[in-house]
Every structure is written in C-alpha cells, then in structure tokens.
Design a protein around this ligand. Structure first.
Ligand SMILES: Cc1cc2nc3c(=O)[nH]c(=O)nc-3n(C[C@H](O)[C@H](O)[C@H](O)COP(=O)(O)OP(=O)(O)OC[C@H]3O[C@@H](n4cnc5c(N)ncnc54)[C@H](O)[C@@H]3O)c2cc1C
Length: 235
C-alpha cells in the first residue's frame, strides 16, 4: 500500500474568468446591450474594473467565474472538512463502488517524523487492509466493509467553486490555524488560481491579510501584528 501524495489540478475554468466578471459588473452601470458590453474593454480596463469591484466588496459579480479542481492523494479526514463548504459542487470517489483492498493512506508529518510511530501506523494500515479483504471474501459488500477504513484512507474528489466561494475558502483554510492537510490543499489551489486569474486572487489569503482582522482569539498565531492596520478579535 503506497503512501498517498497530494495532487491538485485546475481542470476547467470559465474562459477568460476576469473578463467574464468585469463584463458582468459593467452591465450594472451601463445602458448598453450584450454586444457592446463585451467589446472595447482592454485588459487594463478589465483589471482596473475588477480591482474596484473587489475593493467595494461588490463580490456577487465574481460569482460569474467558476473553477473546477481534480484532487487526489488526500485523506478522508481532509474531504470531511472540505465538503463543509456548502457553496461548492463535489463528486467524490465512492467507497461503495470502488473496492479499497490496497488503499493508499496519508501519514501526518507528526507521525512520519517518528520512525517508531510511523512503523506502528503502517502496520495498522496493513492490518486494516487485510481484514477489509477478508470481509469482502466472506461476502460482506464494499458499502459495509468500508466501515473498517480509517480517516487516513486516500480519496479523490472533483470540486467546483466560484471565485467568491474560493476567496472565502482561502480565508478560512489558508490560515495558519487551519488543519495542516487542508491548508496545504488551499495553498496549492490558490497558487493555481493566481496563474489563471491574478487580479481576482491578488489579495486572497487568510482573514488577517484580506480583511486585516484575526478572528482566532487566544489561538491566534500573532501574524496579524506584522500587518499594517490589522486588528485582533478575541478575549
Ligand atoms: C480552523 C477551523 C476549525 C473548525 N472547527 C470545526 C469544529 O470543531 N467543528 C465543526 O463542526 N466545524 C468546524 N469547522 C468548520 C466550520 O464551522 C465551517 O463549517 C466551515 O469552515 C465552512 O465554513 P462556512 O460555513 O463559513 O462556509 P461555506 O459553507 O463555504 O459558506 C460560505 C458562506 O456562505 C454563507 N452561507 C452558507 N450557507 C449558509 C446558510 N445555510 N445560511 C446562511 N449563510 C450561509 C455564509 O456567509 C458562509 O460563511 C472549522 C473550520 C475551520 C476553518
């Protein structure tokens, strides 16, 4: 059973996502029709328009751009957190239809960095896989045998979010206090989004960076102190 490695790929996105959002925004202040809307906007105008919209928090406009990611090599512990984000669409590999005899798994760094614990962990995974296979051979179907599988079990998921939801997702999940695995995923998704839509995602990141507020109370990492004008909310 190989150890799983995170793989994320931005599979599809709205063509010219920044122009799509700027065009929609332009409609709200323009008497012209569809044909004229899509004409006469240079790249510079698109950028300037988008920056203004985002600054004014007129974020419904950026819902017009959508991004679809293929994600694999992540744990079920991660996807359980991911799917809490409700303004997104998900399709996940099924443990009912796909048998997991040789499942891959994610090993947390805290365990991987300790050879004795890592060995125990791997032994446990092998043991679960063996019992899982025995249950299948005994006639238990995959939808019931999966009750044996651990949170560490590798999974694959396709996720679609619009740019507004992505900004929200990055605020929550690229924060230092987000769980390490989903934070790694969020950081990679943000990197790929920036390649395609640098203006839309220019100021994406944790709340302390974007809103200049840290909501983490006593758990705060303290980074907000280094951000000009940032404040801390807590007791
Ligand atoms: C560091 C961290 C720790 C966490 N710990 C826990 C935990 O211990 N236990 C736990 O259960 N969860 C926990 N969560 C998950 C968290 O409570 C949220 O479920 C998750 O982050 C999704 O966020 P959301 O609801 O803001 O966003 P989304 O579902 O992505 O929605 C985006 C925004 O849309 C709006 N919205 C969406 N749906 C509705 C609705 N039905 N009504 C009104 N407005 C809506 C809200 O403004 C919301 O912020 C944790 C999350 C983080 C980041």
């Amino acid at each position: 059973m190989p150890e799983a490695t995170l793989f994320v790929k931005l599979l599809y996105y709205t063509p010219e996502p920044e122009r799509a959002c700027a065009t929609a925004a332009r409609q709200s202040h323009s008497a012209v029709g569809v044909k004229e809307l899509t004409q006469k906007m240079s790249d510079e105008q698109v950028n300037a328009f988008l920056k203004k919209i985002i600054k004014l928090n007129h974020l419904s406009v950026i819902e017009h751009a959508s991004f679809t990611f293929g994600i694999e090599g992540v744990s079920r512990a991660l996807t359980h957190q991911l799917v809490r984000h409700r303004l997104a669409s998900y399709t996940q590999q099924s443990q009912r239809y796909v048998k997991a005899n040789d499942f891959s798994y994610v090993i947390p760094p805290s365990i991987k960095n300790n050879p004795a614990l890592e060995k125990k962990f791997v032994d446990e995974m092998n043991s679960v896989a063996k019992i899982y296979s025995e249950f299948l051979e005994a006639g238990v179907n995959a939808e019931d045998a999966r009750f044996l599988l651990p949170n560490a079990c590798e999974t694959k998921i396709v996720v679609t979010m619009n740019a507004r939801e992505l900004l929200h997702f990055f605020k929550e999940r690229s924060c230092v206090l987000a769980q390490w695995e989903i934070r790694g995923l969020a950081e990679e998704m943000l990197r790929q989004c920036r390649e395609i839509a640098p203006t839309l995602f220019a100021h994406a990141g944790p709340s302390c960076v974007v809103d200049k507020v840290c909501w983490q109370g006593k758990r705060s990492c303290g980074k907000w102190k280094a951000i000009e004008g940032a404040r801390w909310e807590g007791e």
